[in-house]
Design a protein around this ligand. Structure first.
Ligand SMILES: Cc1cc2nc3c(=O)[nH]c(=O)nc-3n(C[C@H](O)[C@H](O)[C@H](O)COP(=O)(O)O)c2cc1C
Length: 188
C-alpha cells in the first residue's frame, strides 16, 4: 500500500492510541477535572510525569494556584466520564456534581482521587514550559493509589484484569486486546 507523504500536518492524529487520563486539581475550595490524552512518564528518579494542558483550560488555572495535579487512569467502561469531563469546562460548572463523580481522599496533596480510577498519581508541580498552544506541566509523583489486583508484582498492568481506556483522537475509544498479549525478553 502506498504511503501519503505530505507537509500538511493537519491534526497529526497518526500517533494515537493514547491512554485517556483524567487530570484532577483543586484550589481555593474549587475542584475540577478534565480528560487528557497528551501525557507521559519522563523520569524514574526522581519520578516525574508530564502532561500537556492548554492554558485556556480552567484546570490549568487551578494547577497554577495549587501547584498540584492528579493523573487518574480509568477503565474502558468509564469512557462516558472521559467524554463528559473532556467536553465542558469547569469554569461555570461543578463537573463532580453534574456528573455525580465520586472521589477518595488524597494522602499528600489536595487533588481529588477518582473512586473509579484503577490507578492515580498525586503530583507536585515542578516545571511549566509552554510549547506552542499547550503548556507541558511536569509533576513529581509523591503518592500512588492503585488496585493491586490489576497489576503484576512488578507493577505491570494485567490486561486480563483491567481494560485501560485508550482514545484514538477526540471521540473514539478502544482498549487492549488481551489475546494479543505475549512476552519477548530483552534482546529477543
Ligand atoms: C479524549 C480527550 C482528550 C483530551 N486531551 C487533552 C489534552 O491532552 N490536553 C488538553 O489541554 N485538553 C485535552 N482535552 C480537552 C479538555 O479535556 C477539555 O477542553 C475540557 O473541557 C477542559 O476542561 P476545563 O476547562 O474544566 O479544565 C481532551 C479532551 C478529550 C475528550
Amino acid at each position: 500500500m502506498a504511503k501519503i507523504i505530505t507537509e500538511s500536518t493537519g491534526k497529526f492524529g497518526q500517533h494515537y492510541p493514547k491512554i485517556a487520563a483524567i487530570i484532577t486539581a483543586s484550589a481555593h475550595g474549587k475542584d475540577n477535572l478534565m480528560t487528557a490524552a497528551w501525557h507521559s512518564a519522563i523520569s524514574y528518579n526522581p519520578p516525574l510525569y508530564g502532561v500537556a494542558i492548554s492554558p485556556k483550560r480552567f484546570i490549568y488555572q487551578l494547577i497554577m494556584e495549587s501547584n498540584e495535579f492528579g493523573i487518574n487512569f480509568i477503565p474502558l467502561d468509564k469512557s462516558l466520564l472521559a467524554a463528559q469531563v473532556g467536553g465542558i469546562s469547569g469554569r461555570g460548572t461543578n463537573k463532580f456534581q453534574k456528573f455525580n463523580i465520586k472521589t477518595e481522599e488524597p494522602i499528600k496533596t489536595g487533588v481529588p482521587i477518582l473512586k473509579e480510577a484503577y490507578a492515580t498519581y498525586e503530583c507536585k508541580l515542578v516545571d511549566n514550559t509552554t510549547y506552542g498552544d499547550h503548556a507541558w506541566l511536569v509533576g513529581k509523583i509523591i503518592a500512588i493509589h492503585f488496585l493491586e489486583e490489576c497489576f503484576t508484582n512488578q507493577q505491570v498492568l494485567n490486561p486480563s484484569k483491567i481494560n485501560p481506556l485508550l482514545c484514538l483522537g477526540t471521540e473514539h475509544y478502544v482498549t487492549l486486546d488481551n489475546n494479543s498479549l505475549h512476552f519477548i525478553g530483552k534482546g529477543g
